[in-house]
Design a protein around this ligand. Structure first.
Ligand SMILES: Cc1cc2nc3c(=O)[nH]c(=O)nc-3n(C[C@H](O)[C@H](O)[C@H](O)COP(=O)(O)O)c2cc1C
Length: 164
C-alpha cells in the first residue's frame, strides 16, 4: 500500500480545497489533489473523497461544492483543510458569493458546482459536478509531488509555447 502510494505520488498535481455549506449552514472543506476537469460541454469536473472522511456526509447532503485552486504560498491553507478540526474555517478569509458557497480569498481559480452524480470508487466516492460559475486570477500554482509542496519553475527556452 505504501509503495503504491509512493508510486502514485510521482504524479505531480495542483492542490485544491473543496468547500461546501448545507442549507442548514453546516460547512465543510477538504484539501484534495484528486480534482480534475472532465468535460467542457457540458462543463463537468470531478474529485474524490475518502468514504471515511467525516466531511463526506456534509458534501453528500449539500449537493453542491466550490473548488478553490490554491496559489503558490497557500500551503498553510492546504495544511489547515487537510487536518481534522472542529471549525477549519475559523479565521480564514472568505469572499462573498451569490451562491453562499465558502470561497477562499487568494485562490487562483474558483468553480461553483452542482453535484450531478456520485460514483463508488473503492474506498473513495467520486463527485462529478457541473460548473455553474467560475473565476480565475493570474498567478503561480501550489504544486504537490512525492508528498511535498513545491512551486513551479519556468524552463527558459526560446520555443516555449502555450498549449491550448
Ligand atoms: C495535498 C493533499 C491532497 C489530498 N487529497 C485528497 C483527496 O483527493 N481525497 C481525499 O479524500 N483526501 C485527500 N487528502 C486528505 C484530506 O485533506 C484529509 O483527510 C482531510 O482531513 C479530510 O477532511 P475531513 O477530515 O474534514 O473530512 C489530501 C491531503 C493533502 C495534504
Amino acid at each position: 500500500m505504501r509503495a503504491l502510494r509512493e508510486a502514485l505520488g510521482q504524479f505531480a498535481t495542483g492542490v485544491a480545497v473543496i468547500t461546501t455549506v448545507t442549507p442548514e449552514g453546516e460547512r465543510a472543506g477538504v484539501t484534495v489533489n484528486s480534482f480534475t476537469s472532465v468535460s467542457l460541454d457540458p462543463p463537468l469536473v470531478l474529485w474524490c473523497l475518502a468514504d471515511r472522511a467525516p466531511s463526506a456526509r456534509v458534501f453528500l447532503r449539500a449537493g453542491r461544492f466550490a473548488v478553490n485552486v490554491l496559489a503558490a504560498g497557500q500551503d498553510d491553507l492546504s495544511r489547515r483543510f487537510s487536518t481534522p478540526a472542529r471549525d477549519k474555517f475559523d479565521g480564514v478569509a472568505l469572499l462573498p458569493t451569490p451562491s453562499g458557497l465558502p470561497v477562499l480569498a487568494g485562490a487562483l481559480a474558483g468553480f461553483a458546482c452542482r453535484t450531478v452524480r456520485t460514483y463508488d470508487g473503492g474506498d473513495h466516492r467520486i463527485f462529478v459536478g457541473q460548473v455553474e460559475h467560475y473565476e480565475r486570477t493570474a498567478g503561480e500554482p501550489l504544486v504537490f509531488h512525492s508528498g511535498r509542496y513545491r512551486e513551479l519553475y519556468a524552463h527558459a527556452r526560446h520555443n516555449d509555447s502555450l498549449v491550448v
